[in-house]
Each structure stands twice: as C-alpha cells, then as structure tokens.
Design a protein around this ligand. Structure first.
Ligand code: HEC
Length: 140
C-alpha cells in the first residue's frame, strides 16, 4: 500500500521541479501553450467543421488550431491577436483578463474552464520570448 504515496510524492516533486525550471527556460509552444488552447479555446476557435449535420464556423473568424490563425487573429483585431514581443498588445492574452461580463472575456463564462494565472503567465512569457512555434504548425 505504499506505492500510491510514493507515486504522489514523486509526482509532486517532479511537477514542482518542472515549474521552477520553466521560469528560467524558453516556453515550448507545442508542449506548454497549445494544450491550454486545446482545452479551453478550440471548441469555438478551430477549422470550420460539420457536427450532426450542422456547419460550425470558428467564432469571429478566429482559428487557434494553427500557427497562421493564431498570428492572423479574428475579424475584430486582425494581426493583433499575438504581437510577438508585446503581450500587452496581444488580444489572445488580453481577452483572458477582461471582466467576466465583457463580451470579449475568454473563454465565455461557463463555456470552458477559466484560464489560470499560471497559464496566463506562461502565455505572456511565450509572447515576450517572440511567440515562436518551433516545428508546430497545427491543422491546415
Ligand atoms: C464557447 C465558445 C468560445 C470559447 C470556448 C472561446 N471563445 Fe473566443 N470568442 C467567442 C465568441 C462568441 C467571440 C466573439 C465575441 C464578441 O465580440 O461578441 C470570440 C472572440 C474571441 C477573440 C476576438 C477575435 C477577433 O479578433 O475578433 C479572441 C482573441 C478570442 N475569442 C480568444 C479566445 C481564447 C484565447 C479562448 C480560450 C482561452 C477562447 N477565445 C475561447 C467564443 C469562444
């Protein structure tokens, strides 16, 4: 019966170690940023698709499932979705901190889990570091 405790301890050690390591190193888009978008944004911001015979288009024309879409942005803020080096000018990040009753507060209240402060800090660091995608291209 000792195994679960050991596993939990190891897990805690490993995650706290990697959280500390992240502070000093370059953010990896595919490993650290995309999973956040995938869990909390893609439902509404991905390539046009058909579900149960219904055509579902990306909200506001914004696709977050590929590098081009992430940089290009949606109809309201074209080319200001992610401004490399400038988190304060990047709507992808700004929408995450708007008051919940703002139409642009993302994700819309109750539709997906809110983005945590730690996740916002990661996205901010990624933009500050130049918003690089590495080999990741996403869905065509
Ligand atoms: C349940 C659906 C839904 C989810 C989930 C969602 N969005 Fe949105 N998003 C919308 C809608 C609807 C709009 C248009 C809002 C408006 O202006 O009324 C929008 C607009 C935006 C815009 C403005 C785009 C532009 O230039 O016009 C950004 C940026 C954005 N969302 C980012 C995100 C991010 C980042 C996430 C995940 C953390 C997210 N959204 C999750 C529905 C969603």
């Amino acid at each position: 019966m000792k195994t679960p405790i050991l596993t939990v301890t190891l897990f805690t050690l490993l995650t706290s170690w990697s959280a500390n390591a992240q502070d000093a190193t370059t953010v990896d888009f595919a490993k650290q940023i995309f999973p956040i978008l995938e869990a909390k944004c893609l439902k509404c911001h991905q390539k046009e698709r058909t579900e149960n015979g219904k055509l579902i288009k990306p909200k506001h024309g914004l696709r977050l499932d590929n590098a081009e879409g992430i940089m290009k942005g949606g109809k309201e803020y074209p080319n200001e979705n992610v401004v490399a080096g400038k988190p304060d000018a990047s709507w992808l990040l700004k929408t995450l901190s708007l008051p919940v009753d703002d139409d642009l507060a993302m994700p819309p209240e109750g539709k997906a889990d809110p983005v945590t402060d730690a996740e916002k800090a990661l996205i901010k660091a990624w933009i500050e570091q130049g918003a690089k995608f590495g080999d990741w291209k996403g869905v065509e």
